[in-house]
Design a protein around this ligand. Sequence first.
Ligand code: SF4
Ligand code: SF4
Length: 716
Amino acid sequence: MPSLFQQIQAGTVWDFHGGIHPPTRKQQTNQKPVAVMPLPDRLYIPLRQHIGVAGQLLVKAGDMVLKGQPLTLADNSMAVPVHAPTSGTVLAITPHTGAHPSALPELTLVLAPDGKEQWREREPLTLVSCDNMTLLNRIQESGIAGMGGAGFPTHLKTGVNQPVDYLIINAVECEPYITADDLLMQEAATTIVKGIDILCQLLNPKAVLIGIEDDKPIAAAAMMAACSQREHYYVRTVPTKYPSGGEKQLIQLLTNKEVPNGRRPVDIGIVMQNVGTAFAIAQAVLDDHPLLSRIVTVAGDTLNQPQNVLALIGTPVSSLLDFCGFQSEPKQRVIMGGPMMGFTLADLSVPVVKTTNCILAPTAEELPAASNEMDCIRCSSCADACPASLLPQQLLWYSKAKDSEKLAEYNLADCIECGACAYVCPSEIPLVQYYRVAKAELREQQREALKAEQAKARFEARNARLEREKQERAERNQQLAAARQQQQLASGANNAVADALARIKAKQAQASADTTSVATETANAAIQSNADKAAILAERERKKQQAREYQQQKAAALAPEQSTAAELSDAAKQSAATATGANQTATSSNSISADNSNNTADNKAAAVAAAIARARAKKAAAATPSAAAPTHTANEATTATGATSETDGSADPRKAAVAAALARAKAKKAAEAVPNATASAEVLTEADNGADPRKAAIAAAIARAKAKKQADSENS
Ligand code: SF4
Ligand code: SF4
């Protein structure tokens, strides 16, 4: 069995389900050449003439524009610009009745042609020097959209990335009356093939299939001639059957392939372009001629000269009709498009746009208006005629019920609005009109659903973002808290260490200070102690020194008086002896006299002995209070000689000494005045010393005896 491509090469043509065979009525125009219409007084150029969005406006009212000058800028992929069809002045940019079944106003640029047809500067391209991107940009910048009626941007349809097996050029033009493509192929087949060459460079298909209905033999011949030098270009004639020009129907006719529901032809390796689009691409690339005009079939029995007219974009329908000898009738209908898929115009000022291929002005007899609608009789004729294998009667029911789910379930989207069902309906139900309304409602619902979905997505994204930001803030706060805690811990540890060190240092310092203080105190104490001790010692030494000095002074004071003292002692002995007996007095006097004259050397020893005797006497007096009685006489004697009771041993020694010295001085003075002064002085001396007079006398006697003995020994 030959492969599909082999079958295609062999010229095999397949069939599709349904379809009808209405009268073509193409003879009105297919035998006449394309007429060039003179410039109209006004051009109404809608800013959006395709499926997509309008470009950014580049001019304003009052501007002078050149032919081919862009009026809008394609600033995104879905935008297609429009151009000035001729040179002239922009009068206004205002809403105007659109070329749409709704007749809603669309923003339209009103241009007053100046008749000069002054072109802007043009930059033709060659295929050799162009890459695909340059070609696609040129196609978009030239404002080319599908000229078969859909109006989809051509640069998007030809800029696909999927591999393409077949490029199909739709030249079927199956709708009655319309012969625009037929005439275009008859007159410009070579240019059309150049446009197909550009498409092949962009799409690189395995084969090019040019489909033409078999009722256009001249056009088919012209295309075959133009394609004779292209090996993989195949011109195929298909049986005249409506709607063979439908995209899916023509694909099935030429390749026996069906486009799945909801998919595009490119998904099965097929791209389809209208023959008029190929012509426009060739003009745009090779001549830098943007889409400024198109061929429009102006037909109907109300026209004196039905024909194909090359009309500028923006030409009012009224101007076209006038150019063709329009003779209006009562309740005249003027249809934009064919009798099957066109729509009745509410206003003849509606302009020709890029997708306009036919203006039909039929008589009432030629194309009767729809009569009163009747109920569906469920004859299923519509289903038999539907080329999309739909159930038009079910779609009608659900369209009236506005049951969008059922409409989707019955594939309303696959309806190509061919009108075949309505054409065959015995109840004259305008089925296509119901479907269009239902589609519009579905599109609105889908837009609302899309908006809701987008709003939901934005809401969820916002919530997710807020939640994420909340979590991020929480994480950041946790991290910051952890960092702060770590810093605090580190700082606290450092502080603790520092505090500990400080405490240790303080403690050490305190200890040192205490130690120092203690040491200082100790030292001070020691110093104080030493000082005290030294002071005490010094005091002691001073007192000792004072004592020694006193002793020395006393000794010095006593030394010159030693002899006198001895004499006073002898006198005292004599006095005592006198008091006790005359013999003893005489002996004492003799003895004293002998001592004074014979032995003065023994005075010191005698003084010492006398002092010792006095000390003993004083000690004895202190130890024995009763001893005071014996001294009463001495005291009285002392009182008689001027001495005071302060000479008593309990008084101050210095005073006592002074008193004693005074007493001795007085005694010496008295001794000098009285012969027994010696005895008195002896008495006073003994009394002054406080000793026992008897013992003193004995001691004095012993001393004298020793002194005498000493003197005797020395004399001998
Ligand atoms: S052709 Fe008309 S009457 Fe017959 S089933 Fe279809 S809608 Fe009903
Ligand atoms: S208009 Fe739709 S439903 Fe009717 S025949 Fe054509 S494709 Fe089928």
